[in-house]
Design a protein around this ligand. Structure first.
Ligand SMILES: *Cc1c(COP(=O)(O)O)cnc(C)c1O
Length: 453
């Protein structure tokens, strides 16, 4: 009979090691052999490893999606790129081409934005440590100065008088958003009325033009409610300015802080499954903002200083396995050529780490160490990976935010960074450092110039 089923003999299969996740699926070991269509092996051979690879296309997609999500919910939206998140010139320029202003937190970042061609009027100057020279320059160039504390307010007041110019100012406000510990070290507090007190002082001066209100409630904020609460409080202040002084604001700046898809250390479920979507943040913020008692044509611009959520997944770090060993507890360990000095976010995140080449079905719990001769140089304590050998490569994902600004020379120097362009070409956007670069700023006193051993 033709419909008789074929006999299959029973088999016994060895179970693979490694934890299942909550949904009963085994660990993923599909290799990541390409980045934006370019083979990892080709990138590694051409530029060496470790190598940061940034996707131009992904940055643009992220920014366009965020702009679309917010501007469908609120009529006037402006992004300002958070320089400290990643201030590589090429990265900032992509954001500026997409229409983002610059958000800077130091004189050095301000200068960086100006050299890229950003005008003062498109710079938002945040941070608790502006010097008098910084403030003078910002006033002259029409940047928005986001005042952090009373001493700075007095400086701005004094310098605007000396220069006989009007300063465009906003105050940074901190408030209880229901997320603890509270972020109250930056700006003026809402609950104790310090914020109103600062605004009252500003309103008495005809050289200070209060153009906006600012808050940045924290970073990697996992609840959308905290944004709703913070926006409600800024709306309350804006409404008060209007009734008390008849003053309307140009913008309300809600800062950054949306999470990226990196999973925090100590977090059980992967970030992709628990982090709210950007739509949910946009709903929370725009709902609160639309309740502002302003006429339709007076509605302030909503400014967003989103950092990590726009750049984290646009960069990967390619690394090479230098050696394999067994630890005393039987665990397999890899030594790779990328250390915590270039992957500082390792202290916050369990990164997504994937082999760049096929590795078979057998997996094992593995510790990954960097190349530094320091105990802290651990990239992953326990990660399930297939069998690999010396010379194989790993791709560490979601490294676009803060790694390329907080990195340092320590035992090893900083490596090449390339950008995969939309047309598939690959551009070197920051060259690896060499000994000359490191020695450039060193000076050796005369008496120390010679020795005999
Ligand atoms: C760091 C910072 C940002 C960006 O924060 P993310 O968490 O990366 O979105 C925005 N605004 C200010 C004032 C900041 O200090």
């Amino acid at each position: 009979m033709s419909d008789k089923r074929r006999y299959e003999r029973p088999v016994v299969l060895k179970q693979q090691t490694g934890f299942m996740n909550k949904f009963g699926s085994g660990p993923l070991t599909h290799p990541k052999s390409e980045i934006d269509g370019i083979p990892v092996s080709e990138l590694a051979e051409r530029f060496g490893t470790p190598l940061f690879v940034i996707s131009e296309r992904r940055i643009r997609e992220n920014q366009r999606r965020a702009t679309r999500v917010f501007s469908t919910r609120y009529p006037a939206v402006r992004f300002a790129w958070s320089y400290k998140t990643n201030y590589l010139n090429a990265v900032c320029s992509v954001f500026h081409q997409e229409g983002s202003w610059a958000e800077v937190v130091s004189g050095f970042e301000y200068e960086k934005a100006r050299r890229l061609g950003v005008k003062g009027e498109h710079i938002i100057f945040n941070g608790p440590s502006k010097t008098k020279d910084d403030i003078r320059r910002a006033i002259k160039e029409g940047a928005a100065i986001h005042i952090d504390h009373f001493d700075e307010l007095y400086d701005v007041f004094e310098i605007s008088r000396e220069e006989d110019r009007t300063a465009r100012v906003a105050i940074r406000v901190n408030c209880d958003t229901g997320v603890y510990p509270k972020w109250d070290r930056f700006g003026f507090n809402f609950e104790n009325d310090e914020a109103k007190q600062a605004l009252r002082r500003i309103m008495t001066s005809d050289r200070l033009n209060p153009v906006g209100l600012h808050t940045h409630i924290g970073t990697y904020m996992m609840t959308t409610d905290s944004y709703k609460t913070a926006t409600d409080k800024l709306v309350e202040l804006a409404a008060w300015l209007k009734t008390e002084y008849g003053h309307t604001l140009e913008y309300i700046d809600i800062g950054g802080g949306f999470p990226s898809n990196n999973t925090l250390n100590g977090q059980y479920l992967p970030a992709e499954q628990i982090v709210p979507s950007i739509e949910e943040y946009a709903n929370a913020i725009s709902t609160a903002l639309l309740s502002l008692p302003y006429a339709k044509d007076e509605l302030p611009v909503l400014i967003l200083e989103t950092g990590r959520a726009l750049i984290d997944d646009a960069a990967s770090l390619i690394t090479t396995i230098l050696a394999l060993k067994r630890l005393s507890d039987g665990r397999r360990a890899l030594i790779i050529d990328a250390g915590v000095n270039i992957l500082i976010t390792r202290f916050w995140y369990k990164h997504k780490i994937t082999p760049a080449q096929p590795g078979g079905v057998m997996t094992e719990n593995t510790a990954i160490y960097g190349p530094l001769c320091m105990n802290i140089d651990c990239i992953a304590e326990n990660i399930v990976l297939p069998v690999m050998k010396k010379g194989d490569r790993l791709v560490i994902d979601y490294v676009g935010a803060y790694d390329m600004t907080q990195w340092m020379q320590f035992i090893t120097l900083r490596p090449n960074i390339v950008m995969v362009m939309e047309d598939g070409s690959v551009e070197l956007i920051r060259e690896s450092e060499n000994i000359e670069y490191l020695l450039e700023n060193e000076r050796i006193p005369e008496k120390l110039r010679s020795f005999s051993l």
